[in-house]
Write a protein that binds this ligand. Structure first.
Ligand SMILES: [Zn+2]
Length: 106
């Protein structure tokens, strides 16, 4: 196997899975579809880097919407924020990627 890797390295450079290094998590759709538990939360945030699914307040949601250069839709319960990184995985670096996406149905 080491020979195979040696050949690959010659052909493609460093062997490794970039996806894993970036922690490219995918959200669980059934989890996204669950009713919110928090009293003051209005939608969820999913972090692709650490895989965390959080409920966020309207205030946080408005800040994220600004970063995504969008506005919170009236039916915001049908959406979630897809971010990378989040405030849990890297301090003060939220917002490199922020997207407001519809929760997949079905
Ligand atoms: Zn994170």
């Amino acid at each position: 196997m080491s020979t195979d890797n040696g050949i690959r390295r010659k052909l493609f450079g460093q062997v490794g899975t970039i996806r894993d290094a970036d922690g490219n998590y995918e959200p669980s759709i059934p989890e996204l579809q669950k009713p919110l538990q928090g009293k003051s939360t209005i939608l969820r945030l999913f972090c692709r880097q650490c895989g965390t699914l959080l409920e966020i307040t309207e205030r946080e949601a408005k800040i994220l919407a600004l970063l995504d250069e969008t506005e919170l839709p009236e039916n915001h319960g049908e959406y979630y924020f897809d971010v990378s990184p989040c405030r849990l995985c890297k301090k003060n670096r939220i917002g490199q990627i922020v997207r407001l996406l519809p929760i997949p149905r079905g």
